[in-house]
Design a protein around this ligand. Structure first.
Ligand code: NAD
Length: 500
């Protein structure tokens, strides 16, 4: 442990300053080295009060700023992110452990959110209905909802915050970000760059901490909307508490994503796509493939191809090593938890074909890729979200059986099919129990312009994150009816709605 690792600051009261809780902090690790690189304060109610007050005070002027002027901040922000692209990617690698390539891909997805936000004014236009009744015109307008909050997970330190605040702010809201305490550094850098882009003081705020700070945000009367991304149990809690308090809530939760491999699939290409899906970002993606549903004869060739691909992966610490193809998981605790599924796989009747535990982690939190065959739907390997580099293979006899397994899953984020058969693909698209579907695509994660449409316990709320639904989440509509008569006219037609 490095006791002198700096404690990061919050942005509240229009300045970067220490948390009011000076006594408690949690460690931020570099997963490649196991070293503590910073400490996150365990924030408190006073931090939240300060941040909410700044956001509330900045709201009137910001919400009245013309939308095109607000959007210009995003154009400047976009340029700054591009200028600092490499620095931001390296920061993700440093505090999260992603490979340099994965970190760059994450920053690119985040950048696209800013590009989308720069075009938000076009989506703020309302509808008009002239002469909806005699001499009456109707129109709708979109207004900001107020002070918005974003609570984000550790697995996309850069992209997930960017899912939220660029749209919210361009829609005229003010914002408070509460990043994961495990990865605060990327969020802080993103907010610094946003300030540099010319955002007025108080529009963007950042507080740190865990459960207590989230509770203070959820219960604050001046907070209008909450965007949350994280595990299912917390997503459900945030949704229930936030909406009970009259707030808008969109809460994305955990996942168990199924990948169906039909016997006619190109086994070499499919295995590569499956391995990339399951082991990319060390399996710590809510869209990671977690279960391979091998249909009919696909089972044996799939497992042997997967083993070949997994064994060939260069698993190594990522910080300072751009050649690493798979990096560590976020913490020692998480590594132990994921390895626990491999420890017990044999006892429950599954077979570990590729064993990630054989990789020597040294001081890092490395765990190699694992393929576990003969998994059934009673085993924790299927019922629980593992969120690590473990791919479970469930053997099925038919597409019907594979679709039925999907139906019994409590999650519903992503699912993909690998096949050459258009009819099978069509049935899968229509019938599989998940909100984001891929056909011969390993990770069917939408980009900025499309909504992130998780189903079941993978999402709580109505309007999803990203795309036009994101704009609708961060705005409320006002409908206006207007009637004008020609002043010199004594009589006019009775309006159709006039009371008799
Ligand atoms: P997490 O739920 O532990 O933490 C998410 C956020 O909630 C963090 O900011 C954390 O500080 C806060 N938090 C944690 N415990 C809390 C509690 N008891 N009460 C209130 N707040 C609490 O999630 P994580 O481990 O950081 O991230 C991994 C999870 O996120 C996985 O389940 C993954 O599937 C999910 N995820 C989902 C999506 C999606 O779009 N559906 C995207 C990314 C990650």
């Amino acid at each position: 442990m490095q006791p002198d690792a700096p404690i990061v600051k919050m942005l509240a009261g229009c300045q970067w300053q220490p948390s009011r809780n000076k006594d408690e902090s949690t460690a931020v690790f570099n997963p490649s080295t196991g070293k503590v690189i910073a400490r996150t304060p365990v924030g408190c109610d006073a931090d939240v009060d300060l941040a909410v007050a700044s956001a509330r005070d900045a709201l009137p002027a910001w919400s009245e700023t013309p939308a095109v002027v607000r959007a210009r901040v995003m154009f400047a922000y976009r340029q700054l992110i591009e200028k600092h692209f490499d620095e931001l990617a390296r920061l993700v690698t440093r505090e999260h452990g992603k490979t340099y390539g994965e970190a760059k891909a994450e920053v690119q997805r985040g950048l696209e959110m800013v590009e989308f936000a720069a075009g938000v004014p076009a989506l703020l236009m309302g509808q008009t209905f002239p002469q909806i009744a005699e001499s009456v015109d109707g129109e709708t307008n979109r207004h900001p909802v107020g002070v918005c909050v974003g609570i984000t997970p550790y697995n996309f330190p850069n992209m997930v915050p960017l899912w939220m605040f660029p749209i919210a702010i361009t829609c005229g809201n003010t914002f408070i970000l509460k990043p994961s305490e495990k990865v605060p550094l990327s969020a802080i850098r993103l907010v610094e760059l946003l300030q540099e882009a010319g955002l007025p003081e108080g529009v963007m705020n950042l507080v740190h901490g865990g459960k207590d700070v989230v509770n203070a945000l959820l219960r604050h009367d001046d907070v209008a909307a909450i965007s949350f991304v994280g595990s299912t149990s917390v997503a459900k809690y945030v949704y229930e508490v936030g909406s009970a308090g009259g707030k808008r809530v969109q809460a994305a939760g955990g996942a168990k994503n199924h990948l169906i491999i039909m016997p006619d699939a190109d086994m070499v290409q499919s295995s590569k796509a499956l391995a990339a899906s399951a082991f990319g970002c060390a399996g710590q993606r809510c869209m990671a493939g977690s279960v391979a549903l091998a249909v009919g004869d696909a089972g044996d060739p799939l497992v042997s191809q997967l083993a070949e691909v997994a064994d060939a992966m260069a698993v190594a610490p990522t910080d300072g090593n751009d050649q690493s193809q798979m990096g560590p998981v976020i913490s020692q605790d998480h590594r132990d938890r994921v390895a626990g599924y491999l420890d017990t796989a044999g006892q429950v009747g599954a077979e570990v074909v590729v064993d990630g535990r054989k990789v020597d982690p040294g001081d890092s939190f490395l765990l190699g890729p694992s393929v576990v065959d003969k998994v059934t739907t009673e085993m924790p390997l299927w019922t629980e979200e593992i969120f690590g580099p473990v791919l479970s293979v469930v053997r099925t006899n038919s597409l019907d059986e594979a679709i039925a397994i999907g139906k019994s899953c409590r999650y519903g984020n992503g699912a993909s099919i690998f096949t050459r058969d258009g009819y099978a693909a069509r049935r899968f698209k229509r019938e599989f129990n998940a909100g984001m579907i891929g056909v011969n695509v390993g990770v069917p994660a939408p980009m900025a312009w499309l909504p992130f449409t998780g189903w079941n316990q993978s999402f709580f709320g109505d309007l999803h994150i990203q795309g036009t639904e994101g704009v609708h989440f961060y705005t409320r509509q006002k409908m206006t009816l207007t009637r004008w008569f020609e002043s010199s006219t004594e009589s006019h037609h009775d309006p159709v709605w006039k009371e008799k």
